[in-house]
Design a protein around this ligand. Sequence first.
Ligand code: ADP
Length: 495
Amino acid sequence: MDILFASSEAHPLIKTGGLADVSGSLPRAILGQRHDIRVIIPAYREILRHAQHLTLAAYLELEGVSQPVRILGGRLPGGNVKLYLVDSPSHFDRAGNPYTTSDGKPWPDNAERFTVFCRAIHALAVDAAGLDWQPDIVHCNDWQTGLVPIMLRETPSAPASIFTIHNLAYQGLFDWKTFKSLKLPASWWSADALEFHDSFSFIKGGLVFADWLTTVSPTYADEICTPEFGYGLEGLLNHRRGHLTGIINGVDYTVWNPGRDLHIPVQYNRRSLFHKTENKRDLQERFALPVDNDTPLFAVISRLVEQKGIDLILEIVPELVKQNAQLVVLGSGDSQLETALELASTRHPDHIGIHIGYNETLAHGIEAGADIFLMPSRFEPCGLNQIYSLRYGTVPVVRRTGGLADTIVDTTPETLEDKTATGFCFDKAEASALWSSVERALEHYRKPEYWAQIVDTGMRQDFSWKRSAQQYVELYTRVIDEQQNHPSFKKYVTQ
Ligand code: ADP
C-alpha cells in the first residue's frame, strides 16, 4: 500500500506532545511491514534549522497563498521513512511553538496556516504535485489536518482517508469571518459539514468526512461517544460509531528503554534493577532533594493543564510531605499551575522539586530515577508516560480513564496472586481518591517482595508498535477495499 501520513508534528523534528511520538514511530513500524508510507509535516523554522539532506521535490501554487509553496523531500531521522515538508515561509518559518506565540497564545493566523497545510496535503494526495506518486490512503491526525477528508470528498478518484483523534479537546475552532476569509466553498458552512454551533470547526472536516475514524485507545473510543467526554460532538461520533476504532498507541522502545538509554546516568534492565538506585540518587541531587534511597520518590512529567489533574497533585502535597515522600515535576503550561508548583517547592524544598520547561533528557532521567509515576488525568486519550514508566520500573498511579485504563492493571489481592498487577488506579477525579491510591502504592512500596513483583510485571509489558501498526495496516486494507468495491461508500454523509 501507498500511504500518506499527515501530522502537524513528528519526533525528533518537532514535538509538543504525544502526537509527535506517534508520528515519529508509527510510520517506521508500518514501513517495516513493507508499505510505502510517507510523512508530511509543515516546515517549521526549527525543522529547517536542523534537518539535513533536504531536496526540492515540488513547487505548489495553492489557492489563497501568494507565493508558491515548496515541498521539500527528505527522510525522517532514525529510519528510512520518506518525509515531505510543506515550506511556506510566511506561515511556518517563525520562532517558537508550532501552535502558539512565546506567551502561549494561539498564533492569530492558525486557521490560515493549517488551511495551507491541508491544501498541500490534498495536492500530494491527488497527485497534483508532480511527484509521480499517489497514495491509496491518507492518514490524517488531529484538527490541523481536518480539512483534508472534506477536500478529498470533493475530488474524483481521490484516495481513501482515515482520521485519528489524538485529543478531542483540541478542535481547531474559528469564527465565521475567518471561514469566509479562507475562500473555502460556501457550502461547507453547514451543520452537516464544518459549522459547529456558529463556529468553523476544522476537526469536523475529519469526523464527518473521513472514511474511517480512529482514536488512540479503545476506552477513549467509548468515552468520546458520551456527553462527559464528547464536547457536544458525541451525537456525530455515535452516528459514526460503526466506523470508529480505538487502537492503543505503541511506544518506541529504541528511544524508551532503560537498558540502552544514553540520556540516563546508569543503564539497567529487569536483571540489573539495583542500578535504578544510582539513577534515583542522581535525580535527587539534580532537584536538590535529600539523597536517600528509602524515601519514596514520586514523579510527574506533563503538560501543565487542567486535563492532567495537576491541581489534584497540588492538593495532596501536604499529605506527601507528612508521609516524608518526595515529588519531582517536569512540565510547562498554565502559568497558574506553574506558579502553584513553584510555591509548593519553595515551601517544601526537601520534598518537592520543580523544573518548569521542556527537557527531553531530564524526562528520561526522571523515568529512570523515580519510584512512582503520577497521572491523575481527568481524561487521557492514550497517554504515553505511564507506558514509558512501566518499562523503567517506575510504578504508575493513574486515574482509570482512556488509555490509562487500557494499559495499567490495578493492584488487588487477585492481581497480585495472578501476577498481573502493574500499578494503582482510582476512579473519581478527586484528591481524596488520588490520595487513597497513593496510600496503597506506599503500603506496597514498603513491602519489598510485593513491590519487586509489581515492578517486574510492569517491565515485562510489551507495548511496542508491532501489534498496533498491524491493526492500522488491517484497517487501511479494509477501508481501501471498501472504497474500491463500493464507490458510494465515500458519499454516505451529505451530498
Ligand atoms: P500529551 O500528548 O497529552 O501531552 P502524552 O502522555 O500522550 O500526553 O505524551 C506526552 C509526551 O510529551 C511524552 O513523550 C512526554 O515525555 C513528553 N513531555 C511532556 N511534557 C514534557 C516536558 N516538560 N519535557 C519533556 N518531555 C515532556
